[in-house]
Design a protein around this ligand. Structure first.
Ligand code: DGL
Length: 264
């Protein structure tokens, strides 16, 4: 692998752009490739086997592009695919993500933590193991959010439908006394402005995008693979509608970027 090779970043849709932004900020010299599997969204309700197959397609695509590292910027795909992909490519720096249970358990004062995530993430053995490990001293209220990702994918982050759905998902967390809420899906950080209007100001929101960027930097640094020159502009592919992603990209990504079709 060469230092100026790109980094592949992947999500079921636009959610991973919240992680891509953290990577861009921390590692401005890196050239970034992003695949949004919008043709198969949402992953939250799909089988782990299906998600693993899709993740393998994307990993193969990034390998062909010579990517020096692979970031699964999706909690749901991480639980379904990260272990197998690590076996497939043992030498390839690979970063997955999981809901930030440990920092949330440290942050809560009320002792009650809420988790907003997809059904797939919340039902996984990996998530259960995370709770066993880090949440023994706090109460954790989990809230699956079917339908939320599809509304975020429209690119309208302030629609009445989105507000109503989100209200329905945060209500049980507030009633249970949560003072800390984990955004356990990479789409949800895009809801922070809306959540700031809907939640009491004392509520702490926690997501893992910045931690993933730091982990990526650490892995690349260990292998002497950090780029130092000028980065290429980020490139985007979608398995869904290219026009739609091109239209909403400027709302979600503040840098230039061209969108192409991902056919695999
Ligand atoms: N963005 C993905 C995550 O972090 C899931 C979205 C989906 O359900 O497709 O879990």
């Amino acid at each position: 692998m060469v230092k100026d090779a790109p980094i592949g970043v992947f999500d079921s849709g636009v959610g991973g752009l919240s992680v891509l932004d953290e990577i861009q900020q921390l590692l401005p010299h890196e050239s970034l490739l992003y695949v949004a599997d919008c043709g198969h969204i949402p992953y939250g309700e799909k089988s782990p086997a299906f998600i693993l197959e899709r993740s393998r397609q994307v990993a193969g695509f990034f390998r062909e592009k010579g990517a020096k590292a692979f970031v699964i910027a999706c909690n749901t795909a991480t639980v379904a695919a990260v272990a197998d992909l690590r076996q497939d490519f043992p030498e390839w720096p690979l970063v997955g993500m999981e809901p930030a249970v440990k920092p949330a358990a440290a942050a809560t004062r009320s002792g009650v933590v809420g988790v907003l995530a997809t059904t797939g993430t919340l039902q996984s053995a990996k998530f259960a193991a995370l709770l066993d490990r880090f949440a023994t001293d706090v109460r954790v209220i989990t809230q699956p959010c079917p339908g939320l990702v599809e509304l975020i994918e429209t690119g309208d982050l302030n629609s009445p439908a989105l507000r109503v759905m989100l209200q329905g998902y945060i209500e049980p967390l507030l009633s249970a006394g949560c003072d800390t809420i984990i955004l356990g899906c990479t789409h949800y950080p895009f809801l922070k402005p809306l959540l700031a209007q809907m939640l009491p100001p004392s509520i702490i929101l926690i997501d893992t995008g910045a931690a993933v960027a730091r982990q990526l930097k650490r892995l690349l640094g260990e292998r002497d693979l950090l780029a130092a020159g000028e980065a290429e502009p980020a490139q985007f592919w979608t398995s869904g509608d290219v026009c739609h992603l091109s239209n909403i990209l400027p709302t979600l990504w503040k840098y230039p970027g061209v969108v192409r079709s991902f056919g695999a």
